[in-house]
Design a binder for this molecule. Structure first.
Ligand SMILES: [Zn+2]
Length: 480
């Protein structure tokens, strides 16, 4: 599914004059390119994701994003430079980046000015010299403007959300193109440096660890954040506000950084107070915590209609409760470290994070996973106040369209798939499977087929009936 039409997507007539000139000279260049120097061809403009076919781009893999952002909440203007280090997977005469809105000022590839043009959410870059297969190349893009939210097929908003006295960037599934150019598909993970300059008095928070915080010219403060572990671009975040910042460590030593909107501080205290224990509980259940730090970003209530598991620091809209913190932290293993290969594999994120809630509950005096499973099966979802839709509406491994990838079956029937495996293989093999899955695909990507094959191999059980009925079956499953 594509996003709604944006100004400029209808082509040449809407392009700025320099871009037209660039395109015309491209045509000239193309006809002249018949000699021995030709080696590249255009990289694909999308990765053919089953639900978001235009998301991401072919022909290269990003290794590192270095984003330098200056933002003023007073006028909502962003001035930015993105330096993208990538490896060509084919000879490239041109390649695409995903970018929605904003104005591109200049593009350099390998230190030389490159031609570029924009159509819809595609920024096509044509380097002065073709890139060779295997070549690691550096693209620098100066861009800016007033970033706007991206509206999803299901109506929710992501991208850059300004409001209150600050802003926050969230990217699932395709919102990251609203604030930086990139290869915006979860299958291309990279490391990040995100530097944010804001007026004095504001805090700027991002993924990973804070390398430096310094006062710079004109009453500005610069925050430099570093993410050394690979990250899918939808999990990148920046939050700007007058946060109350608290730091500490979990009992096992993972550094904690919580940034909380002042109005949400009192309401967040109880749940964020449990965060260190939750991280260490996750380590016990799912294996070593996958990142160098953990934390949270609590935005003023109503900033967003959802919370997101942005890497190392989930974003909450208003004070979270313990269950929500648990859910977003469980995603650090399932979603952030082990990321989906395509948006069709979303249940690998949500089914696992939901099941983590069930596990936490049964070990902390709440309802057991078995009781939840039985109640859901009997049509009673009141054990979970968040389950307000029909968990059986479609098979979790096959949502009917992009507008359904965050619907109840992906979460609850996804969790029930895991419970069915547990029933079949018993606790020791089941928990071995959870830990093994997180370890085997740590900092990588995986598909549903990878999971089903792995589960059978690891547990030694034939689980075909579970897959057929619970994961792929169109019918409402009945008691096993
Ligand atoms: Zn989730």
């Amino acid at each position: 599914m594509e996003h709604p039409a944006l100004p400029g997507r209808t082509g040449l007539t809407r392009l700025a004059a320099p871009a037209v000139a660039a395109l015309l000279s491209l045509a000239v260049l193309a006809t002249g390119c018949t000699g021995a120097t030709v080696q590249g061809r255009p990289g694909a403009s999308g990765l053919r994701d089953p639900y978001f076919p235009r998301a991401g781009n072919g022909g290269y893999q990003v290794e590192h994003y270095d984003l330098d952002l200056a933002y003023d909440p007073a006028d909502g203007l962003l001035h930015a430079t993105a330096v993208i280090t990538a490896r060509a997977e084919q000879g490239l005469s041109s390649f695409n980046l995903d970018l929605s809105g904003l104005k591109v000022e200049s593009v350099d590839v390998q230190g030389t000015g490159a031609r570029y043009n924009r159509t819809g959410n595609e920024l096509t870059v044509r380097p002065a010299k073709d890139l060779k297969k295997g070549e690691v190349f550096r693209t620098e893009i100066d861009y800016g403007g007033r970033p706007k939210p991206v509206v999803d097929p299901d109506g929710s908003k992501e991208g850059w959300i300004a409001g209150g006295d600050g802003a926050v960037a969230v990217g699932e599934p395709v919102g990251s193109m609203g604030w930086f150019p990139g290869n915006h598909h979860p299958s291309d993970k990279a490391t990040y440096d995100i530097t944010v300059t804001v007026p004095h008095g504001y805090e700027a928070v991002s993924n990973g660890e804070l390398r430096s915080r310094k006062e710079v010219a004109d009453g500005q403060t610069e925050f430099a954040w570093h993410s050394p572990e690979p990250m899918a671009s939808y999990l990148a975040t920046v939050a700007i506000g007058r946060f109350k910042v608290t730091t500490g460590r979990t009992p096992s030593g993972v550094p904690v950084y919580d940034a909380v909107a002042p109005g949400e501080a009192a309401g967040s205290e109880a749940a964020l107070g449990r965060l260190p224990q939750i991280v260490d509980w996750g380590t016990e259940k799912f294996g070593p915590y996958p990142f160098g730090s953990v934390g949270s970003i609590v935005m003023p209530a109503q900033t967003l209609t959802y919370a997101l598991e942005t890497q190392t620091k989930p974003v909450y809209s208003g004070a979270p409760d313990e269950e929500l913190v648990l859910h977003e932290l469980a995603h650090q293993w399932f979603g952030d470290s082990v990321s989906p290969k395509s948006w069709k594999d979303m249940w690998l994120n949500e089914g696992f994070a939901t099941y983590a809630e069930w596990l936490w509950s049964e070990e902390h005096g709440g309802v057991s996973a078995q009781r939840r499973f039985d109640a859901f099966l009997a049509g009673d979802t009141s054990v979970d106040p968040h389950a307000d839709g029909d968990w059986a509406a479609f098979p979790p491994a096959s949502p009917p369209g992009p507008e359904h990838i965050s619907d109840d079956p992906v979460y609850y029937r996804g969790a029930m798939v895991l419970h069915r495996i547990r029933q079949e293989v018993g606790d020791p093999a089941f928990f071995g499977l959870l830990r093994g899955w997180a370890a085997d695909h740590r900092h990588g990507n995986a598909s549903t087929a990878d999971f089903t094959a792995y589960a059978q191999r690891r547990t030694g059980h034939d689980l075909k009936k579970v897959w057929d009925v619970w994961l792929y079956g169109e019918d409402r499953p009945t008691a096993p």
